[in-house]
Design a protein around this ligand. Sequence first.
Ligand SMILES: Nc1nc2c(ncn2[C@@H]2O[C@H](COP(=O)(O)OP(=O)(O)OP(=O)(O)O)[C@@H](O)[C@H]2O)c(=O)[nH]1
Ligand SMILES: [Mg+2]
Length: 469
Amino acid sequence: MEYQPAHRGRGPDEALNIPATDTIVAAATPPGRGGIAIVRISGPAVPALACALVGELPPPRQARLARMLAADGSAIDAGLALHFPAPHSYTGEHVLELQVHGGPVTVERLIRRALELGARRAAPGEFTQRAYLNGKLDLAQAEAVAALIDAASEAAAGAALRSLEGELSARVQALAERLGELRAYIEAAIDFADEEIDFLSDTALGARLEAVRAQLAALQRACRQGRMLTEGLRVVIAGLPNVGKSTLLNRLAGYESAIVTPIPGTTRDVLRERVLLDGVPLEILDTAGLREATDPIEAEGVRRARDAIARADHLLFVIDAASDPEGEGWTQLRGALPPALPVTLVFNKADLCPLGPPVMDAPPGAPARVRISALQGAGLAALRAHLKECFGLDAAAEGTIAARARHLEALERVAAHLQAAGDALQGRRASELIAEELRLGQRALGEIIGPQDNEELLDRIFRSFCIGK
Ligand SMILES: Nc1nc2c(ncn2[C@@H]2O[C@H](COP(=O)(O)OP(=O)(O)OP(=O)(O)O)[C@@H](O)[C@H]2O)c(=O)[nH]1
Ligand SMILES: [Mg+2]
């Protein structure tokens, strides 16, 4: 299937003028046994390889029953051969797909035969990287391919598909165009410097800038939801030793993942569990109890706990409600924790306290509090509901589009430039300043769909793909 790029990095002429590359081969299906396995070959040597491997270059896009041949002419397997001539293929290059019996020996023999014939093994994501370089997909769409493959829930898959079909790219592109129009308008005014004062007091200009900012804010919301679906959220459980952190992790994970003992200082390593909260993947980290440890192993555990906290999206600070009903532990440690990190105070061991409800409350200006018994499971439903609310999780929300942290960071930079442009406009500062901020905003948007010259970024993105995609 071919996807419509919402944005093409190159013109159609350039797209046909594909630079000479080598030919790559990989299994497109997962390793192991299966009904069918697909070996995919892409690159300029495909016509020659096809003749050697299956005795002919199959007619475009028609399945041909073929014998796949070893060097001595004996059969490796019999199956289907499909040829997608450039540029009408996934990668934009000549592609040969071989559908064979799904056994690892056959697949490896076929790949080795292709290597003998001059192909090389593909790196992770290299087929999709070529699709991007040949203008078949823009970068946001290419990343959506990985998001779709990695999707852990139906909602995540739906969001990835929307990005793959170009929704994120189209919205980014629309924003970039609006910024471009505004910039052109301002730059035109700069050329007629006499009228600049009138022009800066033009309320229509302010209104247009506001409209673009609102459009950006809506996209940021959709992407934040999407990032939660694709990358999940990191929830760190922390607190003093022995308050029941590991018991809570086990309860949330649904099995005995962490060692629980009555001895303070039991947990040393950071333990991670993936759980789905209404279709949204959460990574829950259990950490060592925070205290001045003299034991070097425990001290290292505490250092790792602090590292985990520094990278958390949300902190569950656990308190032993039986021995510390006022939450002194929190008062004592809060100063050493990242100030902007959203926190929920979890008063645990409620079964040992005579205190009944409330299970949940949120005093104004202070972290929300929830009372639970990790041991018995009481209050866990309230805790889950609370987390969902904190994250604004609505996996079924219309219009959620798969996004990564990288996209959100770029959008935040755009927002900062638009803010600066707005401030400059309000302060009646030089129009050149406003135009420059808009230009920087446009450039940040451009990074989402296709940085032209950032090889390191491209490498990082495609390395996270599986081999064969
Ligand atoms: N009664 C009661 N006991 C609990 C509860 N949660 C945990 N405990 C007990 O408290 C002790 C410590 O539990 P852990 O889960 O190991 O506590 P921790 O915070 O992970 O401890 P460290 O890893 O040492 O920091 C164990 O004996 C648990 O059985 C609870 O809700 N009620
Ligand atoms: Mg523990």
